[in-house]
Every structure is written in structure tokens, then in C-alpha cells.
Design a protein around this ligand. Structure first.
Ligand code: ADP
Ligand code: MG
Length: 239
């Protein structure tokens, strides 16, 4: 059983076809990276999985259930975006607890889950701070923590490192990698246009080009046996 299954998935905005028929099986616990040039449809594909965009045609299954018409909050997913929209007037703790409070979780349960997520991301000493008292990297870790607290089956990341400077990008990438090792059953789908991120994080890479899948494979498979020039240029040694 696939954790996430895309069957001939298509998305158009008006007359413009952006996702042109994507088939993909993602296994539970896999770390899948979508790569491809700017505008090829990576974010749109992720937003379709998240339920933030309506599917034009095709089928999307999560845990074997068709979720085409299931709202985002009922899909068992959590998403981390490029810009971490934290609530500026709330502490780190309250930012992370907010979703659980809305869901009327008990304060014991909230305490337990926020503490565990904070521990995982080395945020424990920062729980009482406000977002403006944090560095960019720490803020992005809070955004990731907020998603972990929701205990998703599927974790979606849309270029989570692209607003960070080079050193923080590496450090945060390592955090995400550790997180993946600890959340063994959680399926991760990660969008980037950065080859290094794709090569270092992915179990399998999905190379997208103009709304279609060019090739799917492990980093090594794509690196050693690219199906075509596009994949070779995208995954091959840096120019
Ligand atoms: P990527 O994330 O790979 O850079 P996107 O998925 O953001 O690409 O966009 C793919 C294409 O779809 C682009 O041409 C973009 O302009 C178009 N697009 C994305 N969202 C919308 C929208 N809401 N309305 C119209 N066009 C859109
Ligand atoms: Mg994008």
C-alpha cells in the first residue's frame, strides 16, 4: 500500500496546463524530493497533495483513501513553507501549540507534544521567546516544530531552506535529515530546485519538467543512469 499515490494527476489554471498527468507511488516512510527548474510545477504538485489547490483531473490517494475532495485539515498532512509565517505576538511555545489548542487538545497533551518536538529540534531553551527574538534558522525550526506537533503521516516541505543564508542552509538541512531518521514512519515530500539538497536528503528523486515527470530514481540511479539530457544536466555534476 502506497502512503501517497498520484494517478494521472492534472492541474490547469484557466487555459494553462501546469501539471499534465503525473503518476507516482510513494511508500510510507520514504523521503521523496521533487526537483526541477523554476516554474515546472513543483509547488503546485505539493499544493495538490496538501489540498490547497483543487485537482483538475486524476486521482490522489493518501493511505489508500481517495482524498480529491477531502479538506487539507483531514488529510493527515502538515506543510512547511519557504516563508515561515509565525504569529509575531506569540511565544515559540504558543506558536507550536496553536493548532492543538484550536483542536481542543488537553493542556497535558499539548505540553507533552510541544516538549517532544522542541527537544527534537533543539528549541527547548527558546520556548518562551517571541519570533523576533530568534534567528532565521531558529524561526524555520519553529515552523517545522509546529508541523511536527500535529503528528502528520505525511510531511510536505516547499523549499524550506531557500530564505536562509548558506551556513544556516546546511545546518537546517542536517536538522531535517535527523528529523527524518527519528520520524521513521512519516513520509516526507520535499520540494527544492537545489541539486545538493536533493542528492543528500532523498531516498528517491522525482525530476519534473514542465508539469511532467522526466525520471524517478534514487540519487545514485539518476546520477549514474540519467534517462535523458535534461535529467543529466539537472542532477549531474555542478556546472
Ligand atoms: P515551481 O514551484 O516549480 O517553481 P509552480 O508550481 O509555482 O512552479 O508554478 C508552475 C506554473 O504554474 C507557473 O507557470 C506558474 O506561473 C503557474 N501557476 C502557479 N500557481 C498559479 C495560480 N494560482 N494561477 C495561475 N497560474 C499559476
Ligand atoms: Mg515553487
Amino acid at each position: 500500500m502506497a502512503a501517497v499515490e498520484l494517478i494521472d494527476l492534472k492541474k490547469s489554471f484557466g487555459a494553462v496546463d501546469v501539471i499534465k498527468g503525473v503518476d507516482l507511488d510513494i511508500q510510507q516512510g520514504e523521503f521523496i524530493v521533487f526537483v526541477g527548474p523554476s516554474g515546472c510545477g513543483k509547488s503546485t504538485l505539493l499544493r495538490l497533495i496538501a489540498g490547497l489547490e483543487e485537482i483538475t483531473s486524476g486521482t490522489l490517494k493518501i493511505a489508500d483513501n481517495v482524498v480529491n475532495d477531502v479538506p487539507p485539515s483531514k488529510r493527515g498532512i502538515a506543510m512547511v513553507f519557504q516563508s515561515y509565517a509565525l504569529y509575531p505576538h506569540m511565544s515559540v511555545f504558543n506558536n507550536m501549540a496553536f493548532g492543538m489548542k484550536l483542536a481542543r487538545a488537553s493542556s497535558d497533551e499539548i505540553q507533552k507534544r510541544v516538549s517532544a518536538a522542541a527537544e527534537m529540534l533543539q528549541l527547548t531553551p527558546l520556548l518562551t521567546r517571541l519570533p523576533r527574538q530568534l534567528s532565521g534558522g531558529q524561526r524555520q525550526r519553529v515552523a517545522i516544530g509546529r508541523a511536527i506537533v500535529r503528528d502528520p503521516q505525511v510531511f510536505l516541505f516547499d523549499e524550506p531552506l531557500s530564505n536562509l543564508d548558506a551556513a544556516l542552509r546546511v545546518a537546517t538541512r542536517i536538522e531535517i535529515s535527523k528529523l527524518n531518521e527519528r520520524m521513521v514512519d512519516t513520509t516526507m515530500i520535499y520540494v527544492t530546485h537545489d541539486q545538493v539538497e536533493a542528492m543528500t536528503l532523498a531516498d528517491r528523486i522525482v525530476v519534473l519538467n514542465a508539469g511532467l515527470v522526466e525520471q524517478v530514481g534514487t540519487p545514485m540511479e539518476l546520477y549514474l543512469h540519467p534517462d535523458n539530457l535534461f535529467v543529466a544536466q539537472f542532477i549531474g555534476s555542478p556546472a
